[in-house]
Ligand binder design. Structure first.
Ligand SMILES: Nc1ncnc2c1ncn2[C@@H]1O[C@H](COP(=O)(O)OP(=O)(O)OP(=O)(O)O)[C@@H](O)[C@H]1O
Ligand SMILES: [Mg+2]
Length: 247
């Protein structure tokens, strides 16, 4: 079956610094791929290349079988909607209600009629457990709730794949669980997901595959048991002992 996301020979240079060196990665439909690696190893850059928020230097990105590198710039915004992105910061509009935040890109980018966008927004807010906060302002929510709104906002655009870049790193520890729970449920319902995170416990419970990146390459990948329990590469072992030692 065609992978939902395929990264093939992806390279990215910033000036004369090569940040990604020939990355190949396939993500099957419904799969949750968890990406780890040291700071500066290229994790965020790889995710950003997947919807051309960052322009790859070379290589291909296939979403559901279609090479988005071939897209005309006029189609780019529509293509970007196929990949929902969730970042460390939530970037909600502070002067709009939660409901309006989840409606905005639907009406602007997808040109959905307002009533339909509202129905969809309420559905997605329900899915992240926040239907009762629809009329609240973002500042009235906890960080964990705001991040769940950001997830609802991305989901409302019907993405084919969801990309998470350290979605819980900015949260107080007691708020992390509610966001991870939403992510776990989302994957259980069939969403294809790539998650960059330091939440190793979540990876053990929810990831189908763990990918370890270092220096712009995929050094090693396997099931959570394989990568955490029996890493094959020295670099993976060194990284894991550093991060688990620091916990
Ligand atoms: N816009 C940019 N211009 C120049 N260099 C950049 C740019 N964005 C990232 N880099 C460099 O690319 C490399 C990879 O950065 P990236 O943010 O992808 O790493 P990361 O694995 O996500 O790190 P972290 O764990 O700290 O988030 C780093 O050396 C970084 O300095
Ligand atoms: Mg990063």
């Amino acid at each position: 079956m065609t992978p939902m996301l395929e990264i093939a020979g992806l390279e990215k240079n910033f000036g004369d610094v090569q940040v990604l060196r020939s990355i190949d990665l396939k993500v099957a439909r419904g799969e949750l791929v968890f990406v780890i690696g040291p700071s500066g190893s290229g994790k965020s850059t790889m995710l950003r290349c997947c919807n051309r928020l960052e322009e790859p230097t070379s290589g291909s990105i296939f979403i559901d079988g279609r090479n988005i590198m071939n897209a005309l710039s006029a189609d780019l915004n529509r293509l970007r909607l196929q990949t929902g992105m969730v970042f460390q910061g939530f970037h909600l509009y502070p002067h709009m209600t939660v409901l309006k935040n989840v409606m905005l890109a639907q009406t602007k980018a997808l040109k959905r009629p307002k009533a339909e966008a509202e129905t969809r927004a309420m559905d997605m807010l329900g899915r992240v457990g926040l239907a009762h906060k629809a009329k609240a302002m973002p500042t009235e929510l906890s960080g964990g709730q705001q991040q769940r709104v950001a997830i609802a906002r991305a989901l409302a655009l019907d993405p084919k794949v969801m990309l998470f870049d350290e979605p819980t790193s900015a949260l107080d520890p007691e708020l992390v669980g509610s966001v991870l729970k939403v992510m776990k449920d989302l994957n259980a319902e069939g969403m294809t997901m790539v998650v960059v995170s330091h939440e190793m416990g979540f990876a053990r419970e929810a990831a189908d595959r763990v990918v370890f990146m270092d220096g712009g390459v995929v050094v090693e990948q396997g099931t959570p048991d394989q990568v955490f329990g029996n890493p094959q590469q020295d670099r993976t072992r060194a990284f894991l002992s550093r991060v688990t030692g620091a916990e």
